[in-house]
Design a protein around this ligand. Sequence first.
Ligand SMILES: Nc1ncnc2c1ncn2[C@@H]1O[C@H](COP(=O)(O)OP(=O)(O)OP(=O)(O)O)[C@@H](O)[C@H]1O
Ligand code: SF4
Ligand SMILES: [Mg+2]
Length: 665
Amino acid sequence: MTENASISPVPATHDGDIEQLFGVNGALSQAVAGFRPRQSQTEMAKAIANAIAQQKTLIAEAGTGTGKTFAYLVPALLWGGKVIVSTGTKNLQDQLYLRDIPTVRKALHAPVSVSLLKGRANYVCHFHLERTLQNGRLTAREDVGYLREISRFVKTTMTGDKAELSKVPESATVWNLVTSTRDTCLGAECQYYQDCFVMKARREAQQADVVVVNHHLFFADVALKDTGVAELLPSANTIIFDEAHQLPETATLFFGETVSTSQVLELCRDVLAEGLAHARDGAEWPKVVAPVERAARDLRLAFPQDLVRLAVNQIAPSSPFFPALEKLKDELEGMVAVLEKQAERAETIEQCRTRAVDIVAKLEKWNAAGEDGSSAAGQDRVFWIEAFTSSLQLHQTPLSIAPIFSKQREGAPRAWIFTSATLAVKNDFNHYASQMGLWNEPAQAWPSPFDYGQQGLLYVPDNLPEPNSYDYTDAVIDAALPMIEASGGRAFLLCTTLRAVNRAAERLREEFEKRKLPFPLMVQGEAGRTELLDRFRAAGNAVLIGSQSFWEGVDVRGEALSLVIIDKLPFSPPDDPVLAARIEALEKKGLNGFVHHQLPAAIINLKQGAGRLIRDESDRGVLMICDPRLISKPYGRRIWQSLPPFKRTRDAEVAKAFFSPREAE
Ligand SMILES: Nc1ncnc2c1ncn2[C@@H]1O[C@H](COP(=O)(O)OP(=O)(O)OP(=O)(O)O)[C@@H](O)[C@H]1O
Ligand code: SF4
Ligand SMILES: [Mg+2]
């Protein structure tokens, strides 16, 4: 295993090497078709190489399409020692592992071993597969066929990664029954331990020079809890976060804690099944679980409406929620007592006991939060609930991840690289750095290689009503239609709410029919995201309507996407209890929550969206932002100034003309 000490403590500069490698006749240009030196990329690689050599932290922003991947892979593979690369999604992980890393490794003749590590739930679990084959409770009809495919697959696969089996869709429910979860893994006690895909992937990750993970896995396992992965972090010399703008959100998710009524019901199902299977005479199992199930359902019913989010201090003290919570905890404790007596009969019963104890512990924290009436038992956590149709989730979210994350970065010195196209607001990294606890760390931005002034146009239509007015979405559609016609489809319409998505879809469908426009319409939710995007690319003249989250990590190069329409500025919904608590905390410090939190977050979001439009030197397109606040509000200026330096217009004719065939030059 690589030790930290193996990296030279004497800071050496690699500037000369980098110049050469990224230069005209360098290793990359010989190995990568179409490679041409880009100054931003070369400079960024130098900065990263130096941060690695000095085991320092660097926040590095460079525009979409700059070539950040090579800029960090080259120094990492040459001088990084043991490297963890973490990126935003599993797709991006696959792309790094299958495409970018092999390219760079070959170009550099770097003898490094590489491993791909995903979250447990991505790997088939022999134990659960076997159990499902024997007594599977299949709910969907197609699952029978899928199960057959999966049992064939495990006989030939080296990795057990479900992404390899494309015949079974990622969303198929059967995966839940045959993949691994931390709650139900038997670990070293498992009869399949030696052949276990999860364990195998982890062993390989321990030994590899470069490990590719994703942010969810990093925070769920590497940085936190799961054994077998937790050892990775201490042995790493270099940690690189690509798509690092996502970290505050992902970290918040994992540094928080959630317990849900459906988790309780699942536990009850397992207790019943395992009890009957291994300790039939030990207890009257149906009677053991029934009161717990009832209490869980009653807790859900404490909130008559669906889809509400409330901070604990917004729940009336007289609400049935508090007694129902107490009751659920009591009933669970009763079940724990029974499980304790039977735990010796089977490993799976002992496991149920651990799960129940864990849930009780989480509920206890909630009781404390309810009693002192404040929004948090300590001041640093927000307690809030979220009610879904048939379940209730109880969340505890840290107000700030900065203290937690900076604590994790303590210890042995190592290089931490944070990179993305969108970390700064007008070259100011404060918002990001303070969220992540990277105070006083060096941060740098490099300009994009694209000529945005020529390639892109920002169009803000005139005469739109206020965004909170009743018929706002209709007004957006009225303004968008002439643009969609002019661009010949090839458009994304990104809405900030699902209600707007539905209304926009309804209107566009009507209008396309009425005007006999041939553009295929694709709406989020009709199919999986990957499939919708594939269809969109293939159609060449399609219009896709999605919610705001849709535009991140979406890569549609070239002509198929030439118009991005945004209905409203993407401010987070004001009813978000965590946001509300964060703003309150800022204001207590005398800072303006809007200026210091909501605005920069919205800007970073918008920059991501704008990044979808221009993906290479020859891409062209119009970014149409419908929100009148961009012009009418004092902060509007700050927003458009943070976007790529597109040409700007408010004139529909000028915007439409952008799509007419260019005059001979
Ligand atoms: N110097 C170069 N010359 C030509 N092509 C390059 C160069 N560097 C990288 N590329 C190619 O450009 C494309 C974009 O690179 P990359 O994915 O690293 O961009 P990025 O900066 O990470 O952008 P994003 O923020 O959108 O992820 C890739 O296909 C890559 O192979
Ligand atoms: S060790 Fe855990 S994940 Fe691996 S096969 Fe056994 S139960 Fe499944
Ligand atoms: Mg990238």
